[in-house]
Structures are given as C-alpha cells and as structure tokens.
Design a binder for this molecule. Structure first.
Ligand SMILES: C[C@@](CO)(OP(=O)(O)O)[C@H](O)COP(=O)(O)OP(=O)(O)OC[C@H]1O[C@@H](n2ccc(N)nc2=O)[C@H](O)[C@@H]1O
Ligand SMILES: Nc1ncnc2c1ncn2[C@@H]1O[C@H](COP(=O)(O)OP(=O)(O)O)[C@@H](O)[C@H]1O
Length: 300
C-alpha cells in the first residue's frame, strides 16, 4: 500500500522582518499565500528509509537524511517508538531553493503521508508541533490557504481570503540560501533601528475582500533588498514583468524566484510569455492562490 499527499508552494505577500534574536532567528510578520504549484510525496513501507525524487530540479534535492521529508518520517516515527522504514518518492514541481518553500512542502507532505500509512491518527496540533520542529515554514505547508505567521513564522493565524489571486513566477538559475539572505539583511540593516514586524492592515483587508489592485499596492518583502544585493540580476526580471503589465512585482521570500501579481488568468499567460522572451529568467509559471494545504490524494 502507498499513500500520496499533494502539497502547495507559497508566496509571501508580506514579509516583515525584525532584528536578529539571540537564537539566530528573526521575528517575522509573515503573510503566506499558498499557490497552485505542487509537489507530490508518496510513501510506502520498505526495509529502510530511502528517498527518491523526480522533476526538473531533482538533481538539486538531497536524497539522504537531510531531506526534510526523511526528517519528517524520522521525527514522527521516533515519537511513536517505531522504525521509520519507508520509501519516500517526491514528484517535485516546486523550484528548489527558490523561496517557495519546496522543502517545507515535502516535509509537511511526508508527515501527513506517513501518519496515514502507519495509521497513527495524529491530531492536527501534534502534526503542527512536528512541522514547527522541522522548519519555520513547514506548519504553513500543512495548513495552506492564507495565514499570518508570527514568531519565526511558525505560529499561524489562518486568514480569510475573498477571491482568487493570479500570479506568474519567474524561476532564476541557481538557488539562494535562506540563512545567507537573512545574514545579508542583517548586514544591510546594521546600525539601523529595525521596527517590530507587524502585519499591514491594508494588506489583510485586500486579502479579505479579494481586491487584486489593493493587494498589488500592499505587497512588501523586507528580504528583497538582501536578495537583490546578492543577486542584482533579479532587478531586470522584476522590471521585465512590470513592463509586461504585471500589477506588482516582488521577490518571493528569500528568492531568487520572482513573483508577479496580475489581473486574471489571461494576463498571467501574457506576462509569463513576455518574461520568457525577455531572457531574464530560466522559466515562468502561472499559478493562482489561495491553494489548499497538504492533502492525501490517494491511499490512506
Ligand atoms: C524566508 C522564508 C519566508 O517564508 O522562507 P523561504 O523564502 O526561504 O522559503 C522563511 O522565513 C524561511 O523558513 P524556513 O526555510 O523554514 O527556515 P528554517 O529552516 O526555519 O531556518 C533556516 C535559517 O533561516 C534563518 N531564519 C529563518 C526563519 C526566521 N524567522 N529567521 C531566520 O533568521 C536562520 O538563519 C535559520 O537557521
Ligand atoms: N525535500 C526537499 N526539497 C528541496 N530541498 C530540500 C529538501 N529537503 C532539504 N532540502 C534542502 O533545503 C534547501 C532549500 O530548499 P527549498 O525548501 O526548496 O527552498 P526555500 O527554503 O528557498 O523555499 C535546498 O537547497 C536543499 O539543500
């Protein structure tokens, strides 16, 4: 028997970053929106814990126990005193190290899939606690939809969304390391009083009312200057999407994927074509949000 779970990518529609904490993390006001680009994680019983992966970026995914999906299986098994003997296959469509939480998606997906395969019946709260142990973004991958993440991003308040938002994502060559981008944020803000991160009321209102134009005016990513400092070429990608008619352009999370909010599905196709033609990105994909969180799609 096997169990397959589908998990969405995310874009941060607001990423407000506070100063560095004693534990090395940063307090955030992190407004996540799940979007319809998915990884699928399939688990089946095996003699030992193994991981395989396919998809365009599969070569960049670690297949050892550092893979977040493998770590999820180990953590869940340890809590129940059982052996984590599963084969995990990841069908990867979310760009790797792209600021779209692909690894986090696989962690949440493997957790849900193993829970079903092993018949553990863990509560939502138990699963969320393991997610937070795996990484700051992992709880949101389980929940999906839209949510405000506080603390290091792991404490979630689900948000109401009144419509569908259409996006184009431009994939860049190579990834950006999340800790390196936060480190660059620290360097750029040295000697500056960094305010307490807080969710923008205008942005929450735009989500609640499904107002694309208002959301476009409220998008903000405090990590964007750091990502651009490390990867200046992203500026040309942002400009190309704006010139093609996107309502707003920003770096997705720690980057280097760039995100473009557009009016509707037709505008998305036009901006995606223009981005590819501009030669400023590796590929462009269209996706809408909010998308559902991690879900069992077969088995279980
Ligand atoms: C920036 C964001 C925005 O959603 O995601 P990405 O855009 O990379 O996907 C997240 O905060 C990333 O979350 P995640 O990728 O789960 O990070 P973690 O594994 O928890 O932490 C990796 C490292 O990032 C830094 N980090 C992460 C979260 C946070 N609130 N403050 C930090 O300083 C720390 O250096 C930490 O050691
Ligand atoms: N299942 C996984 N998929 C992708 N990357 C993973 C996975 N597990 C661990 N990683 C590691 O996490 C790093 C960040 O990957 P990812 O989660 O895709 O990006 P981001 O944190 O920018 O959203 C990768 O470079 C890789 O070394």
């Amino acid at each position: 028997m096997s169990v397959t779970v589908r998990v969405p990518a995310k874009v941060n529609v607001q990423l407000a970053v506070g100063g560095v904490r004693p534990d090395g993390y940063h307090d955030l006001a992190n407004v996540f929106l799940a979007v319809g680009l998915y990884d699928e994680v399939t688990v089946e019983r095996a003699g030992s814990l193994t991981v395989t992966c396919d998809g365009p970026d599969a070569g960049q995914v670690p297949l050892d126990r550092t893979n977040l999906a493998a770590r999820a299986a180990e953590l869940l098994a340890a809590r129940h005193g059982i052996a984590p003997d599963v084969h995990i296959h990841i069908a990867k469509d979310i760009p790797v190290a792209g600021g779209m939480a692909g690894g986090s998606a696989d962690g949440a997906g493997a957790l849900l899939a193993c829970d079903a395969l092993w018949g553990l019946g863990s509560s939502r709260a138990e699963l969320l606690a393991i997610c937070a142990e795996l990484g700051s973004d992992v709880p949101f991958s389980l929940v999906g939809g839209a949510a405000l993440g506080t603390g290091r991003g792991e404490h979630l308040t689900e948000l109401e969304v009144g419509g569908t938002f259409h996006w184009v994502f431009a994939m860049a060559d190579g990834g950006l390391s999340t800790p390196v981008v936060f480190g660059e944020f620290d360097r750029l803000t040295e000697g500056v009083a960094v305010p307490e991160p807080a969710a923008s009321p205008a942005l929450l209102d735009a989500l609640r009312t499904g107002d694309t134009v208002a959301l476009a005016g409220a998008l903000v990513n405090d990590l964007q200057p750091a990502a651009l400092s490390l990867r200046p070429a992203l500026g040309a990608t942002l400009d190309a999407g704006t010139a093609a008619g996107a309502l707003a352009a920003l770096v997705s999370g720690s980057g280097p994927t760039t995100a473009f909010l557009v009016k509707d599905a037709e505008a998305a196709r036009g901006v995606a074509e223009a981005l590819v033609a501009s030669g400023t990105c590796r590929a462009a994909r269209v996706a809408a949000g909010p998308a559902a969180g991690a879900r069992v799609v077969s088995g279980g």
